[in-house]
Design a protein around this ligand. Structure first.
Ligand SMILES: Nc1nc2c(ncn2[C@@H]2O[C@H](COP(=O)(O)OP(=O)(O)O)[C@@H](O)[C@H]2O)c(=O)[nH]1
Ligand SMILES: [Mg+2]
Length: 316
């Protein structure tokens, strides 16, 4: 198991989401009797938490039909019903881990993509740290040659974590860096190669073309690579994250989502919107700025943490 998470850590990391979503629904429902006005309030609370209009409507529709059938009357039963329905919604793709956890490929290659500022480089450091902690070796590739500071930023992480890094020159060809890194990973016999990429170029088309080229270079040198293409999304960007995901999914085959900055948002319901809109699972969540601040996304734990008793008792 590369990534571990205790329920306490999940609750701490998600304190803002949990207190906002949980407390909002709780204050609408706890100790009350259900009626039409209350159900409208629940729908607004869900939309405010970013679960998406579609999911919010379906959740409230299912609650309404339970209410009209006389099966749910008390607000507290409504809370339980919502909790169950949310878990069921997330269940089909829950619990999926990184491909590198299961693959026997060596080196296993993880390509990390996403727009500027979402948290790619930090997420690479987090994954590197977890792999190191599990006793495997890591090589980093600084394939964001577009921004002057990007290579330096990853270099600092490499030094702090004590892992090797392959760099090109600023403004150089990122596909060449990917090629050199693949060569080095094979020659040095490392277990996992993590490739950090640029999030902004002259336009979206050139960015996507560059990512496709990096993929091809990796695949040519290492059969089956990249074994994971991880799209990093910023949880605080709300529905905007869905627009980004669609663009990346079209260009490169995304195999998983790293949802960063879950600690910084009261709108963690975006996880549900992402699961609704995309065919790829959220695999990891970022809950802070240090390399330790990463957790596997576990749907049951996530929903439990969101609904965990009074929000006030868990806000950090
Ligand atoms: N609070 C919080 N901040 C994060 C998280 N992940 C990244 N950041 C911060 O977001 C900013 C941009 O991160 P960076 O990794 O440089 O993004 P990149 O441009 O996609 O590579 C930095 O200030 C990071 O410290 C997270 O999970 N939580
Ligand atoms: Mg970066």
């Amino acid at each position: 198991m590369i990534f571990k998470s205790a329920i306490d850590a999940v609750r701490r990391g998600l304190a803002r989401t949990a207190s906002a979503v949980g407390a909002g629904l709780r204050s609408a429902l706890h100790g009350r009797r259900l009626d039409e006005a209350t159900m409208n309030e629940v729908e607004s609370q869900l939309i405010a938490a970013d679960v998406g209009v579609h999911a919010a409507r379906e959740l409230v529709d299912s609650l309404r039909s339970e209410f009209r059938a006389g099966r749910v009357e008390r607000g507290d039963d409504a809370l339980e019903h919502l909790k169950k329905r949310m878990k069921a919604r997330l269940a089909p793709r829950a619990g999926t881990t990184l491909e590198i956890a299961a693959t026997t490929a060596k080196p296993a290659v993880v390509l990390v993509v996403g727009v500027n500022g979402v948290g790619k480089t930090t997420s690479v450091a987090k994954i590197a740290q977890s792999i190191r902690a599990s006793g495997r070796t890591v090589l980093l590739a600084a394939a964001d040659t577009y921004r002057a500071g990007a290579v330096a930023q990853l270099t600092v992480w490499a030094e702090r974590l004590g892992v090797d890094i392959i760099r090109g020159s600023a403004g150089g060809d990122p596909a060449a860096v990917a090629f050199d890194a693949a060569e080095a990973a094979v020659a040095r016999g490392v277990d996992v190669l993590l490739v950090d990429t640029a999030g902004r170029l002259h336009n979206e088309e050139s960015l996507m073309r560059q990512l496709v080229k990096i993929r091809e270079v990796l695949r040519r040198r290492i059969p089956g690579a990249p074994h994971e293409t991880l799209l990093v999304l910023d949880a605080t960007s709300g529905q905007n994250a869905l627009v980004q995901a669609a663009a990346f999914q079209k260009a490169v085959d995304i195999s998983g989502i790293f949802l960063a900055k879950m600690d910084g948002t009261a709108r963690g319901g975006v996880v549900i919107a992402i699961h609704d809109a995309l065919s790829v699972p959220v695999k990891l969540i970022g809950v802070g700025e240090t390399p330790e601040d990463v957790q596997p996304f576990d749907a049951d734990r996530f929903i439990d943490a969101v609904f965990a008793s009074q929000g006030a008792t868990i806000s950090a």
